[in-house]
Write a protein that binds this ligand. Structure first.
Ligand SMILES: Nc1ncnc2c1ncn2[C@@H]1O[C@H](COP(=O)(O)OP(=O)(O)OP(=O)(O)O)[C@@H](O)[C@H]1O
Ligand SMILES: [Mg+2]
Length: 371
């Protein structure tokens, strides 16, 4: 992974095709120079010593030129890789933005009916208590009525309705059904709130955020990725300070790490080692930094690939499952965009922990949120 920041799209002057053309042109120049040496030596009428001298001189020039061109070629190749990564990042950002807008729209649509269904179910639950009290009085009244006016048709009718209604069954089931409905609606409301929060449009400006909220929202949104393979726990230190950051980018970075953790655990489950793994996402202050950890007990990262995991497009996953962009995006978010650090501790067969260290103070001029 190059240390330098990836160029922003607007500062990338050349397109990938132009870079490729430049590389081809360099290769051609080297060929031409080589051919010229060969030609010079074939057609020259000078003495053998002069030819040799000329030859050595030319070779030196060519060697120097070749080195220069090789360096240039290396630079161009680096720029080309960076450009490709920036393009992918831009595409990814655009995709996320449209998914975000769509999700926010759907969340909004679901939110309104959820609100009134919740209110109504709450009302029915309160009304049921009154109705059941009323039913108890009616049953007591029926006992007296049966004794005092047994021949009245209204009494027989009441008993018939009572029999059909299976009152005892209803009395047992209704409160539970309403409680479950309210719980389910509460769950929907939580997911909808998380979707709205997550798809909050980026203002591309750092703001002070509550990291616990970002983590809780992210794990709720990513629930479907981990719930079948792991128990997920969050651990937050008391009195966590707010973090100046690009909220949705940090959310996206944590999401990528959680998804990777779930995949790593899923692989071990497929090998039949166990039924469920564990993911712990934690946040704690460490001096002038906020430390966010994503820990899993998956299969770990093999030593041989550890220095490549942050490279753009490096993946060990099957086509369609991974594109190798996740950690490159996390790296760029943490290091380039937030001046933070990221590293991982991993042991094969034990698990992996990714540790993000984000500064609690950034440059004042960068954004009003940074003091
Ligand atoms: N928690 C982890 N445990 C084990 N291996 C991991 C873990 N996180 C990442 N890796 C390894 O690092 C590689 C690169 O991860 P990265 O997130 O960049 O790409 P990906 O997950 O393969 O694809 P993408 O994130 O684009 O869907 C993975 O293919 C995997 O081999
Ligand atoms: Mg990934």
């Amino acid at each position: 992974m190059p240390e330098e920041a990836f160029p922003e799209a607007s500062t990338v002057g050349l397109s990938a095709a132009e870079y490729e053309r430049k590389l081809a042109a360099r290769d051609k120049t080297i060929d031409v120079l080589k051919r010229r040496i060969a030609q010079e030596s074939r057609h020259s009428h000078a003495t053998p010593f002069a030819i040799l001298e000329q030859h050595v001189g030319l070779e030196k020039v060519v060697a120097r030129k070749t080195l220069e061109l090789e360096n240039e070629r290396h630079e161009l190749e680096k720029a080309l890789t960076e450009l490709r990564f920036t393009q992918v990042q831009l595409l990814q950002a655009q995709k996320m933005e449209s998914i975000g807008q769509l999700a926010a729209g759907i969340a909004h649509e679901i939110n309104t009916p959820t609100q009134y269904v919740s209110d109504n179910v709450g009302f029915v639950k309160a009304a049921t208590v009154s109705l059941l009290t009323l039913l108890d009085s009616a049953l007591a009244l029926a006992v007296v009525a049966r004794e005092k006016m047994a021949e009245e048709p209204v009494v027989a009718e009441f008993d018939a309705v009572l029999k059909r209604a299976k009152v005892e069954f209803l009395r047992r089931q209704i409160p539970g059904a309403l409680d479950e409905s309210l719980e389910g609606l509460g769950h929907i409301a939580k997911i909808v709130a998380a979707m709205k929060e997550f798809s909050h449009p980026s203002r591309n400006e750092k703001e002070l955020v509550d990291v616990r909220e970002v983590i809780n929202t992210t794990v709720t949104v990513a629930r479907n990725e981990w719930k079948y393979v792991a128990e997920l726990e969050t651990q937050f230190e008391d009195n966590l300070p707010q973090l100046p950051c690009l909220r949705d980018m940090i959310g996206q970075a944590i999401l990528n790490l959680v998804v990777n953790a779930a995949h790593a655990i899923a692989d071990t489950i497929q090998q039949g080692v166990r039924e469920k793994g564990s993911i712990i996402v934690s946040a704690a202050r460490d001096g002038e930094h906020m430390e966010i950890r994503v820990k899993d007990d998956g299969g770990g990262i093999p030593v041989g690939i550890r220095d490549r995991i942050f490279d753009p497009f490096f993946t060990t996953k099957a086509v369609g499952k991974g594109t190798g962009q996740g950690l490159a995006i996390v790296y760029s978010t943490v290091v380039d965009k937030h001046d933070g650090r990221i590293h991982c501790e991993s042991e094969e067969g034990v698990g992996t922990t990714f540790i993000l260290r984000l500064p609690l103070h950034c440059h004042k001029e960068e954004s009003p949120a940074c003091k």
